[in-house]
Design a protein around this ligand. Sequence first.
Ligand code: SAM
Length: 244
Amino acid sequence: MRIDVVSIFPEYLAALDLSLIGKARASGLLDLTVHDLRDFTTDRHRTVDDTPYGGGAGMVMKPEPWAQALTAVLDGEGGAADPGGTTAGDQRRPVLIIPSPAGEVFRQATAHELAETDHLVFACGRYEGIDERVALWAAERFDVRPMSIGDYVLNGGEVATLAMVEAIVRLIPGVIGNPGSLTEESHADGLLEYPMYTKPASWRGLDVPDVLLSGDHGRIARWRHEQQLTRTAERRPDLLPPPA
Ligand code: SAM
């Protein structure tokens, strides 16, 4: 998979060199490039923002640097590009994710869907966001997906991009050593995960539930499923189907 990230704070994305994502890059499973939006400005001050039409607080990101940056990403500047596969209707069109609190909510199902794609591009907004025309212009070349990581407002798209990239890349076959970890975790089957414990069996007066020490795999599986249902009902009742 190829991922390009465009941001005015490329150093924010340095964490993508660490841990499992860093290993996926080193092993060639992931080709990830971070681009500085200011490299695609033409004025002395490398300006990326301006005042909003219609008035109001804050600044808006200017469209032209984004058009230049996204065109360069498609042309392969700063990364190996496939200039083919970008025409409308082509299944291999790159996906342009625009992080936004006003976007579709990113869920585990979204991560699975995007883990199947060849090329993802993340456009990290700042200030009040990116001029709306960028998404319209980009729709000729990309499948454009404004995407929210939750109902709260961050200062920029970088943290949202980090979260989405991590959720997507860990699903690429070979990135996680034990693929079983991906099936037995929260949201894999629509429920939250059961509680986990490790040694010692007794710690500061708190004991691991007896069933987990029993060695009876059938009982353990039943107990874990009950715990999943209880925990989901308590913490996230919205995930459970409505009562018939
Ligand atoms: N004016 C925008 C609004 O009210 O919808 C909020 C802009 S926010 C201060 C700046 C940038 O942070 C956004 O363009 C987006 O890239 C990012 N951002 C903020 N909250 C986000 C969220 N919940 N999910 C994804 N990205 C978010």
